[in-house]
Design a protein around this ligand. Structure first.
Ligand code: UN1
Length: 490
């Protein structure tokens, strides 16, 4: 399995490879992928740079027509691609189908937007002069993403970047390279011209070469806060635009007046869906003291019924493995920390029953007695580990939710409309859900976070087009005379 450069499948010039392994069954090696270096990146960037002029000059709605076809092909290949994705990163087929649906939605949305990449006009301060502004493509975009949404999250960046007339070099995570190659197959079949979209496989070495390359003008990154900050620092030195989607530590607050069954369903899905491996996952549950004990009891009973398993072979499976040995070890370390900081009320162990002994399975786990001073309250774990805090008022709930370095998603369960609107105003997060879990963002709405989560950009919706375009301001003077702005009219 190869890199994708100028519509050709190529090995790394280094000859090096890495193995892609099924996290639910470690004996299942999916394939060897290129471990690319700066020379491979250079070839891909050259292809993208050479393709840029023809692509930017194509009428945007024509580009949109191809992206609409890409959406159709994602829809046609949904079930096959879902199985590829489940095999390489472990989440269940229901979830991988949802992942592809986000890409389909993104393609259709972007295709439509190519007919309305609106600029602004404004009156001139001079006679017989017209002021306009347009969105212009920027050039080669370097897209670097994580493995937990192997199709959806890349699509949020790649599809709008292409819609705007940019070309792309995409480095997927080394935990989900196969899905990325199918992404390339689909764009090629949709008619995206050679060189407009390229895939480079590998690790941080390839990522750094993309960031450093002088012809890469924009970086779109989703991944860890440590890597994102390092990329941003480098992009600062190089004066490159960079959009970052980094960690989360998302809280669900439950007030005594809430629908308790609904709040329970919300936290089960938010905390343990995708095995907790979403940047939007619910990793903190903030319970009002009046319902704390009862809620914890119900949560324990429900969580212990969740079925762990291999999503490809076990149709009952609700929770898959964690993605690799490194994450497995990291999550277990945090569970040990949690055992010293609070009380483990369920889980806390590796799951080895049935088929789970073949892969990296960890039981859904929760700790009570957690406060903002604890590490498992503050640090992103990216696994099925929930910390539970008790608060005695709504205000304390909001303050506890905000006592955190991240600010991606948040949730409040209440029937009190006043409390809901106060939470919308006061929670420090890019996304707030009322009576819904912290996961569930839709492709046509802005997505991103405040504080340690991001750097001010929003993917998704209409806002993503700000990442992938530069404004061109145009003045047309049809007076036939020299008109000096700020001078001749004053
Ligand atoms: C991510 O975890 O990086 O709202 C993205 C959600 C999904 C996207 C998650 N639609 O959880």
């Amino acid at each position: 399995m190869f890199n994708f450069i100028s519509n050709s499948w190529l090995p790394s010039t280094t000859g090096r490879t890495f193995n892609n392994i099924n996290p639910a069954d470690n004996s299942d090696v999916i394939g060897a992928f290129p471990l690319s270096d700066a020379a491979d990146v250079d070839a891909a960037v050259k292809a993208a740079n050479d393709a840029f002029d023809a692509w930017r000059l194509m009428p945007a709605p024509k580009r949109g027509d191809m992206l609409r076809v890409a959406g159709d092909i994602f829809a046609r290949r949904k079930y096959e691609l879902a199985a590829v994705m489940t095999r390489e990163m472990g989440k269940t087929l229901t979830e991988t189908k949802g992942d592809i649906q986000e890409a389909i939605d993104t393609c259709y949305y972007a295709a439509t937007e190519t007919r309305r990449l609106f600029g602004y006009n404004a009156p001139s301060e001079m006679h017989n002069k017209m002021n306009m502004s347009f969105r212009m493509p920027i050039g080669v975009c370097g897209i670097i993403t994580a493995w937990n949404f192997p199709i959806a999250v890349p699509s949020w960046k790649i599809i709008p970047a292409l819609a705007c007339g940019n070309t792309v070099v995409f480095k997927p995570s080394d935990d989900s390279p196969h899905s990325a190659n199918i992404f390339a197959e689909i764009l090629m079949e949709a008619g995206i011209p050679s060189g407009v979209f390229n895939v480079i496989h590998g690790t941080a070495e390839a990522g750094a070469a993309i960031v450093d390359h002088p012809h890469v003008r924009v970086i779109g990154f989703t991944g860890s806060t440590a890597t994102g900050k390092a990329i941003a620092a480098r992009c600062g030195e190089l004066n490159k635009r960079v959009s970052l989607e980094m960690g989360g530590k998302n809280a669900q607050i439950v007030m005594p007046d809430a629908d308790m069954d609904l709040a329970l369903d919300g936290v089960l899905w938010g905390a343990f869906g995708t095995t907790g491996q979403r940047c939007t996952a619910t990793s903190r549950l903030i319970l009002h003291a009046d319902i704390h004990d009862k809620f914890v009891e119900n949560l324990k009973a429900a969580a212990q019924k969740l079925i762990l398993g291999n999503g490809l072979t076990n149709p009952q499976a609700q929770v898959g493995p964690v993605v690799n040995k490194r994450q497995f070890d990291k999550i277990l370390t945090y569970i040990e920390i949690g055992k010293t900081e609070g009380t483990c009320i369920f889980g806390g162990e590796v799951e080895t029953r049935n088929e789970c002994s073949a892969g990296h399975f960890i039981q859904p786990t929760a700790f009570t007695g957690i406060t903002p001073k604890h590490r498992i309250f503050r640090e992103e774990i990216f696994g099925p580990v929930l910390s539970i805090s008790k608060v005695s008022s709504f205000d304390e709930g909001i303050a506890t939710a905000n006592d955190c370095d991240y600010g991606l998603s948040s949730s409040l369960y209440t029937r009190d409309v006043n409390a809901a609107f106060r939470a919308i105003r006061d929670i420090q997060a890019g996304i707030t859900y009322i009576n819904a879990p912290t996961i569930g963002a839709e492709a046509h709405m802005p997505f991103g976070g405040v504080k340690g989560t991001g750097n001010g950009h929003r993917e998704g919706g209409w806002t993503v087009f700000d990442i992938f375009t530069e404004w061109k301001t145009v003045y047309v003077d049809y007076s036939g005379t020299l008109q000096r702005a700020q001078i001749d009219n004053y």
